[in-house]
Design a protein around this ligand. Sequence first.
Ligand code: ZN
Length: 212
Amino acid sequence: MPHGRPEAERVYWLSAAELEALFASLAELEARHDIDIQPDFDDANESDYLVALPLLKRFSKRGAFFVPTDRIDQPGFLTSRQIRHLAQEGMILGSHGTDHVPWTELSNNELSRQLRHSKRVLENLTGNQVKGAAAPHGLWSPRVVGQVLAAGYERLHTCGERPCEQYGMLNHRLVVRRGDDVGAVISKKLQILRRVAHKAKDLHDRLFVTAA
Ligand SMILES: [Zn+2]
């Protein structure tokens, strides 16, 4: 169990064995539906490095890690060295703000500060441009979208089943909870996506996993 994680997030924690089983079923779903699924990991838990990275490498997957940058080098969370190593292994690093407060609750000034500061921290650590941001708790609004773009990002990752028609830079990710039948969840999302596109793989379709 990660240090200092709210009890309410327990439902999102998967054991290493559950994550491994999930990766195996994702590979099978990708083949069956002819899609690419990108696993996303939010919140900078140290298990991202200790558990998820080895599995991503074993399954030849490129994952994305969204980091609340105030947590870097804090007990139970990713260290600077681990974040650098994730980037060296070809993983994508993105912003999850600085302190994980929902962006819909922040003033424009504070949201802008968090978006720019976290981007700079991650870019200085990895040497790579940071293009993606994930909204804490998946909460967003048109104002948030405007601020994310103004801060120099190209994509905002949120959570939800529906396709993103109005805002092309949004990725509505599927959230995986303990005990979910991922095949059923993904099939339902694909049905929704296929109503608006011939090929699901033409759309931004993301899967969001948090491991414990
Ligand atoms: Zn989060």
